[in-house]
Design a protein around this ligand. Structure first.
Ligand SMILES: [Zn+2]
Ligand SMILES: [Zn+2]
Length: 115
């Protein structure tokens, strides 16, 4: 799996500015860094496997402390090797990446925040 890098413009929970948040996803960890204040959130891989799309939909329905982010990225899936849309969900407690083609899913859990 190559590393994926995305940006998402949203109000930073730390500095309060609406600026790009840089999302970097690696096989075993993921980072989200605010381009303004540098607040960095670390997520660590918790489990990997084939999941139903309800793992994404559940996050849409759940109550969250902060508004979750729902992103999409077209990328070559590590599992099925197809170039397919990958759903990416970011919440205050986890980060989920799921291939729409084969259901291959990585679930990362929030680890620490570095200010
Ligand atoms: Zn910030
Ligand atoms: Zn796939």
């Amino acid at each position: 799996m190559e590393n994926w890098k995305l940006t998402y413009k949203v109000k930073c929970f730390n500095c309060g500015k609406e600026v790009d948040q840089i999302i970097e996803i690696f096989p075993n960890q993921a980072f989200i860094t605010c381009s303004n204040c540098g607040a960095k959130r670390y997520y660590i891989i918790r489990r990997v496997g084939i999941e139903d799309e309800k793992i994404i939909n559940e996050e849409r329905e759940k109550e969250h402390k902060y508004e979750p982010w729902f992103l999409e990225k077209k990328a070559v899936c590590f599992n099925c090797k197809n170039e397919a849309i990958q759903d990416i969900v970011v919440t205050e407690s986890k980060l989920i990446v799921r291939c729409r083609h084969c259901g291959f899913t990585r679930v990362y859990l929030f680890h620490i925040l570095e200010l």
